[in-house]
Design a protein around this ligand. Structure first.
Ligand SMILES: Nc1nc2c(ncn2[C@@H]2O[C@H](COP(=O)(O)OP(=O)(O)OP(=O)(O)O)[C@@H](O)[C@H]2O)c(=O)[nH]1
Ligand SMILES: [Mg+2]
Length: 441
């Protein structure tokens, strides 16, 4: 959904990462480029401007520009501000003290309300709720049929009454939920082509009657800034508490997703990613920001690495990698550092592309003791020049640490692979894991 935006930002970050040092004017120029990218993705003009002002204020700070990885830091700041822009933490739907908790679904015609009623029903059912659906769109006869079909597919009961009024159906549905012990009521409503007084009057009446736990604005993500503007209008006139952005599987440019929270002050709770009942995803700002920035979870990796990795050591190591002077002692040091950061597998998944590149050099943390024992059984000369470790030396090392020759062989293979990979990464200028290097100069 954010593919185009992600591609553009990715190209931009690659350029930025290639820089060793950054000056204030570098940062300003870089942010102008981000601004252009955001506007091309149809982000609201004012939202983009304010967002970049916040990023700039933080990025021009002393620590960032003087740090060893200024470009990484700038990217991290963009990421953090993006998470905030998208709403910070994802929060569960609110529940009412007294059952049923009512979710009133509102929005313009064709936005995806009825479909989303079904999807939300399926989602809540999966999460242990007992939902009931109410067909309160009585503008179009087909709307009731549509919801009844969705209810059948989802195995969820639908309250519907052709020829009645929305208010009557709503009242009946709420009573039915109470009487039958259903804890959740999701209410479909009619849409209009434009925000108009008649539509709002009907919705206000429904809202007063139902006192919903949430009033959810359903917006068509493909319509970009129109979705944002109607969300604002609904919020001002009716009051909404959350947003579902639909059709995010299509070629939505992402502008609505990036602007709607800031403009309305209300969070995106879910996104619709297809026409099927299961095609509803929770909208987690941090994950979405990672996706938009094409970062994998590199941000938490940088954070973790900063906590535990000795920067000076890492710098020295990076130079060794580049010159391929990396030996078994460095290998051991590196493994110890990595080990401090927690399970390796999880870490690798956070680095885009790394789990593939590092395949075969993964070390189970529980194997660390073995690795240490093997390397410590070697003479200092062997550790520095592993190529001298022949068959008889392997046997001696194995005996020394109480492990088998195969264990020693495996370790030496892992080492060679890591060395090869480091050399490649150093040459390609792609940067080493953890964002250290290749060092400038
Ligand atoms: N691809 C895709 N299509 C969707 C999504 N959500 C809804 N649609 C489609 O959009 C069209 C309109 O959806 P509805 O749920 O009927 O929209 P509505 O807001 O209830 O429309 P009205 O009742 O006429 O106001 C349907 O064809 C849905 O299948 C989505 O997340 N992805
Ligand atoms: Mg509908």
């Amino acid at each position: 959904m954010f593919n185009e935006l992600t591609d553009k930002l990715d190209g931009f970050f690659k350029k930025l990462r290639g820089r060793g040092k950054l000056t204030e004017s570098d940062v300003k120029a870089a942010l102008r480029e981000v601004r252009r990218i955001l506007l091309e993705a149809d982000v609201n003009f004012k939202v983009a401007r304010d967002f970049l002002k916040r990023v700039e204020t933080r990025a021009i700070g002393e620590e960032v520009l003087k740090s060893i990885t200024p470009s990484q830091q700038v990217i991290k700041i963009i990421h953090d501000e993006l998470v905030e822009l998208l709403g910070g933490n994802w929060s569960q739907l609110r529940r009412s003290k007294e059952a049923p908790s009512v979710y009133l679904m509102v929005g313009l015609q064709g936005a995806g309300k009825t479909t989303s009623v079904g999807k939300l029903g399926v989602y809540l059912k999966k999460h242990g709720m007992r939902p009931l659906l109410a067909a309160c769109d009585l503008q179009r006869p087909a709307a009731v049929d549509q919801l009844e079909i969705l209810g059948q597919q989802a195995g969820i009961k639908v309250i519907a009454k052709q020829g009645s009024t929305p208010l009557t159906v709503a009242r009946e549905a709420k009573l039915e939920a109470k009487l039958t012990g259903l804890d959740t009521l999701i209410v479909d409503t009619a849409g209009r082509l434009h925000v108009d007084d008649a539509l709002m009057a009907e919705l206000i009446e429904l809202k007063e009657e139902l006192r919903p736990a949430e009033t959810i604005f359903v917006a068509d993500g493909m319509t970009g800034q129109d979705a944002v503007n109607s969300a604002r209008a609904f919020n001002e006139q009716l009051g909404i508490s959350g947003i579902i952005l639909t059709k995010m599987d299509g070629d939505a440019r992402g502008g609505a997703a990036l602007s709607i929270r800031e403009v309305t002050g209300q969070p995106i709770r879910f996104i619709g990613v297809g026409e099927k009942l299961e095609d509803l995803d929770e909208f987690h700002p941090a994950r979405q920001a990672n996706r938009i920035l094409g970062l994998g979870d590199v941000v938490s990796l940088v954070e973790k690495a900063q906590e535990v990795i000795d920067i000076e050591e890492a710098e020295k190591l990076a130079i060794k990698f580049k010159k391929a002077q990396f030996d078994l002692e460095d290998f051991l040091d590196q493994l110890r550092q990595i080990n401090k950061m927690g399970p390796l597998e999880g870490l690798l998944q956070m680095i885009p592309g790394a789990s593939k590149a590092l395949k075969g050099v993964e070390v189970d943390p529980s194997e660390m003791k073995h690795v240490e024992a093997i390397i410590l059984s070697m003479t200092p000369d062997e550790r520095r020049r592993p190529q001298i470790i022949n068959g008889s030396r392997r046997k001696r090392i194995a005996r020394g640490c109480g492990l088998s020759v195969q264990d020693v062989n495996r370790l030496l293979n892992q080492f060679l692979q890591m060395k090869k990979m480091m050399k490649r990464m150093g040459k390609g200028g792609k940067g080493l894991p953890f964002g250290f290097g290749p060092m400038p100069g």
